[in-house]
Design a protein around this ligand. Sequence first.
Ligand code: NDP
Length: 251
Amino acid sequence: MVLSPEKTALVTGGTRGIGRAVVEELAKFGAKVHTCSRNQEELNVCLNDWKSNGLVVSGSVCDASVRDQREKLIQEASSAFSGKLNILINNVGTNVRKPTVEYSSEEYAKIMTTNLESAFHLSQIAHPLLKASGVGSIVFISSVAGLVHLQSGSIYGATKGALNQLTRNLACEWARDNIRTNCVAPWYIKTSLLLEKKDFVEAVVSRTPLGALENQRKSHRWLPFSAFPLHLTLPDRSYPSMEDSPSMVLA
Ligand code: NDP
C-alpha cells in the first residue's frame, strides 16, 4: 500500500513497541509522521535512525498524561502539517498489574489519565485538524483486556473497555465530518510494557493457542489503518486465537 505524500499522521508513544512499528509502517507507506515520547534522548536516537533510513518523521517530547503537554503536542503537529491531520493513532498506554484492593489513588489516576483521558482529549483537540484534512482517521490502541477478564488489572481493563465504547461513539458522531474512528485490541505482544515476569508470561502463553506471544516486529501485518480492510468481529470463543488474528478491530 502507498499513501500519498500529503498524508499526515500523529502517533503517540512512537519510540518503542507497537507505536514505533506503527510510525515506521506509516512512514514506509509514504506518510509524513509526527510522534512523541517522554524521553528526549531515546526520541533523538529514533529520529536519527528514521532519517538515516529515509523516513520522514518528526517528533517532540510530550507526556501524554499531562493536559498542557497534549495541547502543545497538537500545536506542534498543526505547525508541522499546516493545520491538517489525516491520521491520529492514540497508542500511549501504561499499566500497573496488581490485585484491585491494592491500588492507590495515584496509581488509579496515572492509568486513567495515560490510557483514557489522554486518548479522549487528544482526539478532542485534534478534531479540527482531522476535519480540515477532509479525510480523517482515528485509531485507538485498546487491548483484549478491555473485552474479557485477563490478569492485567482491573483499572487497565476498565480504561481499555472505555476506549472501545469511545470508538463507537466517535465513529458515529464524527462520521459526518468524514472522520473514521477504529480501535485495535491486541493480544499480548512482547514489548517493554509486557514486563517479562516469568509466571505472568507463562500464564498468558497458556491461554494463547499457538503457544507463543507475538513479537512486536512481526506485528505489522495487523496495522490498523483506514485503508486497511481489516474489520474483524469478536470470535465466539472466550479468548482470541493467534491463528485467527492476534488482534481485533472494533468499529
Ligand atoms: P511500550 O511500553 O513498549 O511503548 C510505549 C511507548 O509509549 C514508548 O515509546 C513510550 O516512551 C511511550 N509512552 C509511554 N507513556 C507515555 C506518556 N505518558 N506520554 C508519551 N509517551 C509515552 O508499550 P506497547 O507498545 O506494549 O503498548 C502500546 C499500546 O498497546 C498501549 O496502549 C498498550 O496498552 C497497548 N497494548 C499492548 C499490548 C502488549 O502486549 N504489549 C497488548 C494490548 C494492548 P517513553 O516511556 O519514553 O515515554
